[in-house]
Design a protein around this ligand. Sequence first.
Ligand SMILES: C[S@@+](CC[C@H](N)C(=O)[O-])C[C@H]1O[C@@H](n2cnc3c(N)ncnc32)[C@H](O)[C@@H]1O
Length: 224
Amino acid sequence: MKHTSHPQLPVSDWYENAFDLTRGIAAYTASPLIAGIARVIAKHPDADIANAFNHKQVACKLWARDTLLKAAGKSYERIVVLGGWYGILPAMLLEDYRFEIAMAESYDIDPSVETVAHTLNAAFAERFRAVTADMYAIDYQGLGADLIVNTSCEHIADLRGWLDMIPKGTRVLLQSNDYFSEPTHINCVETIEAFADQAKLATLDFAGALPTKKYTRFMLIGKV
Ligand SMILES: C[S@@+](CC[C@H](N)C(=O)[O-])C[C@H]1O[C@@H](n2cnc3c(N)ncnc32)[C@H](O)[C@@H]1O
């Protein structure tokens, strides 16, 4: 068969190609998350899923997942991910057989991401929920979460003030970075020590840095 290149391939064909490819990768890897991404491509063509699941996003979430397992164990009743976007981190945690997770929830202020997160996590419907909510307006006392994840601490002006809203003794996983040149990053840190000093967690399971090409990402796991 003769192969031709398609420099002018219509966008609609690219969606179909991406859909077919992700469905094939889902079948090959037996990953419900990848199957979810295929469903998102088909049902929500406007979703920025390629950006949300690019290799850099995946790398920092794999770092979070593997470190969480090592540093804080495998069992969680209720994980709450804030600014959770399309719910990729909950999906990564829910499909990982090393964990025992009763419920994982994704909270985001953007109402348009809720249905996309449900489509992505359809395989985990009984253990996943997406909620449209402002992280500053959540009743953390009534939430009953045993792990709260916030991987966008560089966007929080008063990190310690926000942590004070969370019940004492709750485990948190926090990420920030030193990507000062991005204008929406209002609270970057230079070092992991500076990040730990900002958060002032009562106990610390993990503190570390992951250098990437453009910036360094920092992570703290511990209890407030
Ligand atoms: C671009 S995402 C990336 C970070 C995401 N935690 C991740 O690691 O994939 C940041 C998300 O935070 C959400 N967000 C911003 N401010 C928020 C707030 N006050 N409460 C809840 N979500 C918020 C945005 O809508 C967006 O979906």
